[in-house]
Design a protein. Sequence first.
Lengths: 253, 428
Amino acid sequence: MLSIKNLHAEIEGQQILKGINLEVKAGEVHAIMGPNGSGKSTLASVLAGREEYEVTEGEVTFLGKDILDLAPEDRAHEGLFLAFQYPVEIPGVSSNNFLRTALNQTREYKGLEPLDAVNFLKLMKEKMALVEIDQKLINRSLNEGFSGGEKKRNEIFQMAVLEPKLSILDETDSGLDIDALRIVANGVNKLKSPDNATILVTHYQRLLDHIVPDFVHVLYNGQIVKSGDKSLALELEDKGYDWIKEEVDATIS
Amino acid sequence: MIDQLKHNFKTFETSLNGATKSNWHELRTEAFEAFAKNGFPKPKDEEYRYTQIARALEKTFDFSATPVAIDAVHGNKPLFYDSDAIHVFIDNGVVQKDSLTHTELDAIEIMTLEEATNKYPEEVKAHFGKYANVQKDPFTALNTAFSYEGVFIKVTKNTKIERPVLLHYSTDGNNSISQSRNLILVEQGAEVSIIESHTSHGDSAHFSNHVSEIVVGANANFNGYKLQHQHDKSYHVDNTFISQDRDSKAQTYTLTLEGKLIRNNLNFALEDENCEAHMFGLYVVRDNGHVDNHTNVDHKMPKCYSNEIYKGILDDKAKGVFNGKIFVRQDAQKTNAFQSNKNILLTDTASINTKPQLEIWADDVSCSHGCTTGQLDEEQLFYLRSRGVSKSSATAMLLHAFVNDVLDKINISFLHNFINEEISKRLD
């Protein structure tokens, strides 16, 4: 589904990603872990098409299509979804209107008829129940005045409505208390299917108790330096990142 | 030019039979003398520093014609029409008298100023030219000097006029000049909403010079909407003077969508205690459009409240000017005054000059002001796009969100819908 080859990216002349290789297949859950500043969020941003980052080398294909030249909205139309680490508040933009536009422009891209108001409302109700989000939040302006947990829950709600093929969750767990984490994780698990895939970008192993990954990768200094199964995450939780840094630094010297 | 106007002024005065000895005549003479002395604003005039209107006017318009277009009446279709409203048509500054026959109305009287001088001489004498300061603004002086009719509205004490009054101002071009004038009296405890819709026809230049004096009686409530939707060769100067008596409330909405050069001088005088004044402004300007809003609130007495929110979106090479003055006199203790001006520049060539001006002589007051100017928030734009909303839709959504807190203050639904649709057309 997603194939990243030798991806290099920089921001303001500073190289952040230094040759990422990653293959994600339908039905898989990948966790990308790593110390602060290793490039985890940059990877998520580059995949979603944030314009501040410049890709200097490498390629990314998604469902067989080169996506690096696509606008962010077209990547979304192709089925890519980024749950933001810090979802932005947009006062004055109604959640309803925004989501309906997003959904219908995606449908248009795929050559489908737009959903009318009645069917859209039905879909909203169904997805609200699925991710346990309060109607009151959806009635408000987008993320305006939401708590941290409410913002993250709203990200998962949007994901449920848009039904992406590949979801990238950028530190969705950070700043969440246990109950909020469980609700968010439940939502993600319910949305999992053999046809879609998930990339969890996270600093903590805690999330992986709730969403069990098939693969765990460690990102350090702009490269994936270690991959394994879920036991790698437990090892990291236990021993921290220093032993990985030492291992990598030893190989270089 | 001044000499030519002097000649015009004499011709104009003699053409008004028998009116030369009246109080109005004295006002006209005083106004013309003020104009003759000061002329149009000089390049260094602080009040018009960012709006170099004089040169543009002298270059474009022929002031040898009397600056009152007496004929040129044409049957144009109004910009919008709502059957609920009370309609009055003013073409090239001339009130269309057949549009004044609103026999069904009893709590509101609408007539020409000329008729009002016969029917309500005391009221006209007491209020006409009393608020429009001819010494301070040359356009007010020019307007008063050549004033001979206009719209007079009187809302009877303790009545609420449910239907909005809609004044349709239409102009057509030929590099002509028109002047229009209003005197609106909202008597004690009365309530009314008045919409001025300014449009232009044809495709040549026109200069319209408009003055309104509005007297809001004690405990009365006035809503004044101004929709400026002329074409891109129109020059428009508006001077509005609102005088509020105690416990009264006034809301103004200055909505500017199109025009070559627009200058609005909005003046509030809060003459007694416990007045409330709200000023809302919205300007969405493109191409080479130039919009200048000068507002002035004079807090004369204690316990008054004024609140101002002006928002602008400037595209292409459009220029905006905002100058908001809050004047709090020594007697005006317990004044609450707030002001905010926010702008979005869509291009590098659009610009805005914004200046709050607070002059406070009382010590127990609460005043605040703020202005921001910027581009669209990139982070918000990316967020919307990352969900599959196209760049143009996302931009439109954010601009709508930006103007919404002003738009939502428009209480007349057909006007709200009209503005909303016009802005959507522009932004999408």
